[in-house]
Design a protein around this ligand. Structure first.
Ligand code: FAD
Length: 401
């Protein structure tokens, strides 16, 4: 068996792992990334909606996304449309973004091996990871290393193998088709709520161009046992609104994914190990949003990891990573979970009333809301500006309980 030595091994070629590989190499570490699928972004596990300002700051340019100005919320007997003057959100061409991230990592000097499944972890006498076993097209390999970055997504493969974390118990399951579509408004995101769409979550239509859309369904476990693919097929077959207005819909690609939905991992570093991306619970579960965080915190993990090599990548030398990312998202994720726990149990009638909350918001308030920017001062302003019951209730959920 081939045995080699690297400074840093990154497990998983999603946005978190690719960004970690890029930064690790940029900060002079000898880095290698393993991805079990046949190519980067071979299996798409995401819908790709994000925010233009934030994603451009991360170097993802206009070539990689479709800009979005408007938002539409559809419940069984209600509809709220929010129109903007400027594009604020976007739908990413996920495959082109992830492959761009892979090019950046390669250019910085990281190695990447696709179709290479990390299958085991080697622990040394000090009880820390000293190497990984990988099944590759060239045969099995053993890589010895100083630091492992677990960017394996939902399953936190490495951290679970060594007993550092358990399998997530609460999660969202998504099924989505990328489709040809005859007649779609390419500047509007559509969210659909109520039992026919999802009994514990929501459905969506995200346009990539005038003729290309993603239609999907997300369902929360353990609240529901429903199969998101069955729901998705039924929405398309029954042409539930707004599909009745968009002409022929022809699926051309299927995507599915799982997103953790119980808050962050308490600990995301240990001697010789960093968890990043969904493996660490860094996505915001309310709006299923994790890509920009995976890129940002992936780069942070790679940088802190490379700098920690001089201190033998001891836990203490990695804590800065955990401090920075928690400071940025922990409280937002906690607030989002509280809002979600209210929404997840709503029936159709309550949804019809609940989406009214969005009608009176200004564009700025709405964007904070949909980005799950639930800071105390923003929520206070919202409650003061909108004395209506719904806004007050939201304020109470986020800040009081
Ligand atoms: C249905 C759904 C819709 C979503 N929509 C959005 C959205 O619109 N916008 C948004 O920002 N976020 C969205 N998210 C969340 C977003 O997709 C995640 O937060 C993001 O993908 C996390 O990136 P990651 O790199 O941590 O993990 P992943 O993207 O899951 O990447 C992990 C990679 O590791 C590889 N891997 C796993 N185990 C091994 C192993 N043992 N050996 C080698 N390779 C391995 C996998 O093959 C995979 O490529 C959505 C999630 C779901 C489930």
């Amino acid at each position: 068996m081939v045995v080699e030595k690297y400074d840093i091994v990154i497990v998983g070629g999603g946005p978190a792992g690719l960004s970690a590989a890029y930064a690790a190499a940029k900060f002079n570490a000898r880095a290698i990334l393993f991805e079990k699928d046949a190519s980067i972004a071979h299996n798409i596990r995401t819908s790709g909606v994000t925010w233009i300002e934030e994603i451009e700051k991360l170097g993802i340019s206009r070539d990689h996304y479709n800009p979005i100005k408007n938002y539409s919320f559809i419940s069984p007997s209600n509809e709220v449309n929010i129109r903007g003057n400027d594009a604020t959100a976007c739908v990413l061409d996920v495959r082109s973004v992830y492959q761009h991230l892979a090019f950046l990592a390669a250019e910085a000097g990281s190695e990447i091996m696709v179709k290479s499944n990390v299958i085991n972890v080697v622990i040394n006498s000090n009880n820390r990871i000293s190497g990984l076993k990988i099944r590759t097209p060239k045969g099995d390999m053993m890589i010895n290393c100083d630091l492992v970055i677990d960017a394996s997504g939902f399953h936190s493969f490495i951290a679970r193998k060594i007993g550092m974390v358990n399998e997530w118990k609460r999660y969202g399951l998504g099924a989505e088709y990328e489709c040809y579509c005859e007649n779609v408004d390419s500047e509007t995101l559509v969210f659909m709520v109520g039992g026919e769409y999802s009994d514990a979550g929501y459905a969506w239509i995200f346009p990539l161009s005038k003729k290309r859309i993603r239609i999907g369904v997300g369902i929360g476990r353990p609240e529901s046992n429903a199969d998101p693919l069955e729901k998705l097929n039924s929405i398309i077959e029954k042409k539930l609104k707004p599909l009745d207005k968009i002409g022929k819909v022809q699926p051309i690609e299927f995507h599915s994914g799982i997103i953790p939905n119980e808050g962050i991992r308490k600990s995301t570093v240990s001697d010789g190990l960093i968890l990043v991306g969904d493996s660490a619970g860094q996505a915001n579960p309310l709006v299923l949003e994790g890509i920009r965080y995976a890129i940002e915190f992936g780069r942070l993990a790679g940088e802190v990891g490379a700098k920690s090599l001089a201190q033998n990548s001891k836990r203490e030398s990695l804590l800065e990573y955990e401090k920075i990312w928690k400071n940025k998202v922990e409280s937002k994720i906690n607030s989002a979970l509280k809002v979600q726990s209210k929404w997840i149990g709503l029936d159709d009638k309550k949804w019809d009333k609940e989406i009214e909350i969005l009608k009176d918001m200004s564009q700025e308030e709405f964007l904070d809301f949909i980005k799950a920017e639930f800071t105390a001062s923003k929520m206070l302003k919202l409650a003061l500006n909108h004395p209506k019951l719904a806004a007050r209730q939201l304020f109470n959920i986020v800040l009081r309980h």
